[in-house]
Write a protein that binds this ligand. Sequence first.
Ligand code: MD3
Ligand code: FE
Length: 209
Amino acid sequence: AVVAPGAVHVPGWLSPERQRELVAVCRSWAAGPVPMRQTRLPRGGVMSVQTVCVGWHWRPYRYTREAGDVNGERVVDFPDWLGALGREALAAAYEGVEESESYAPDTALVNFYDGAARMGMHQDKDEKSRAPVVSLSIGDRCVFRFGNTEDRGRPYTDVELGSGDLFVFGGPSRLAYHAVPKVYAGTATPDSGMSRGRLNITLRETGLR
Ligand code: MD3
Ligand code: FE
């Protein structure tokens, strides 16, 4: 479903087997070299989601190779197969768009939500590239709020994201405000590989080198 120009939702795109494979690899990333943790915000707050980064380490306003705000270690390399998955996802969402062939994501942000975790309205603009963001959801269902490019307020559209769903944000939607106001705890099905909680993987091009 096209939610807005450049914003495409493909429910159930990942098979249960691929979901389980991704959950397993995310678990291995969460164990290190930079362990999964709650990102600290510049004003002293802490995000309720837990995050582990691949390829580049993200913290508000910057991407670095080392996690200076965690343990100083270098994040794991971005694997080739994950770039291929991103191109496959883009081709599925943007049928017949050649853009997918040159898509070269170099970072993945893996967010884990327990039943109480939320993400407030924000834009993702720390990337120098304006290439699309690919989002993959696994586990508990949630409400995803897709807003406008002007501010955090209305108009916005609430979409339910379930396990295996793909969402691509490109073109005019790349700088849209968005949020996860609610996770439906306990709705993950065991075939996803998640016994509890929600996993979201976003693939991005940082535009850095
Ligand atoms: C729209 N994650 O990591 S994924 C994030 O479910 C983030 O964990 C949410 O927002 C999550 O920054 C939402 C959907 C998403 C991701 C990036 C976007 C939507 C986007 C970038 C631009 C526009
Ligand atoms: Fe975001």
